[in-house]
Design a protein around this ligand. Structure first.
Ligand code: PEP
Length: 274
């Protein structure tokens, strides 16, 4: 399979950034269920005439499913990529229960989610820890999908962009300008709530994130880095997000567990003209 960056050369001409639809399965589905979902997703995408040069699809199963998903994708040459939902900031050693970048790379993972709000809140991951994980991912040639986003309280007190931009800046500390990463803007209040941000709200913060990317990593990085929106994305609202100039795809939680619904989200180019 082509690397994401080379694939991007064939991307939609409007931005030059290949849209990415990413499914975060969270702590759902065992390895047998994972195989069934990936097979059904691949068949459904094929039936829809899926073209990986127009939109990229990646799934993020639990750790225990990764080997099964890798084997299936590789054996059947499926046009899908996969990643993990987290990684250790350390490469190896006495870190019981953790999974490192080199272990994920050995499975041919392309991506790894870093700094999801559930890890920040439930596992007390600070900006420093998230930054260390971003660097660990890059050290293992994994593409970090760096999640940032504000709570409802943050938004009320500081406006929409302040916290996501501060989280991005902190996580980029020590990251080289040519780093291949994806940013996911996920307002915490929109995750799993059924109350998605409006497309205009998503665009406002994604624009602020792109400006910050430019200030920290330079104009070229800002121009090429994909910024996803995440938070209650469904087949009914994806097209409106994808019409936004700075939204390059979606990180999808609940709706990624249903092959037909997720495949419909991947079909957004059929009804979007930017
Ligand atoms: C997520 O957890 O990354 C997410 C976006 O969840 P949902 O789509 O269910 O809101």
């Amino acid at each position: 399979m082509k690397a994401p960056r080379s694939a991007r050369r064939d991307a939609a001409p409007q931005t030059g950034r290949l849209p990415l639809i990413a499914g975060n399965w969270k702590m759902n589905l065992d390895h047998l269920q994972a195989i069934a979902l990936v097979q059904k997703l691949a068949w459904t995408l094929q039936d829809h005439g899926y073209d990986e040069r127009i939109v990229e699809v990646a799934v993020f199963p639990p750790f225990t499913d990764l080997r099964s998903v890798q084997t299936l994708i590789s054996a059947d040459r499926l046009p899908l990529r996969f990643g993990a939902q987290d990684l250790s900031p350390h490469a190896s050693g006495a870190y019981t229960g953790d999974i490192s970048g080199p272990l994920l790379k050995a499975l041919d993972a392309t991506y790894v989610i870093v700094g999801h709000s559930e890890r920040r809140s439930l596992h007390a991951e600070t900006d420093q820890v998230v930054g260390a994980k971003v660097r660990a991912a890059l050290d293992s040639a994994l593409v970090p999908v760096l999640c940032v986003g504000e709570t409802a309280e943050d938004r009320e007190q500081q406006g929409a962009s302040a916290v996501p931009v501060a989280q991005l800046r902190a996580a980029l500390d020590g990251v080289p300008a040519d780093a291949d990463l994806v940013v996911a803007y996920e307002p915490v209040w929109a995750i799993g709530s059924g109350q998605a941000a409006t497309p205009e709200q998503a665009q406002e913060v994604c624009t602020a994130l792109r400006v910050a990317l430019g200030e920290v990593l330079g104009a070229e990085a800002a121009d090429r880095t994909r910024i996803l929106y995440g938070g209650s994305v469904k087949r009914d609202n994806i097209a409106d997000f994808m019409r936004q100039a700075d939204v390059d795809g979606a990180l999808v939680g609940g709706a990624s567990l249903d092959a037909a619904g997720f495949a419909d989200i991947v079909r957004f180019p059929k009804h979007v003209t930017r």
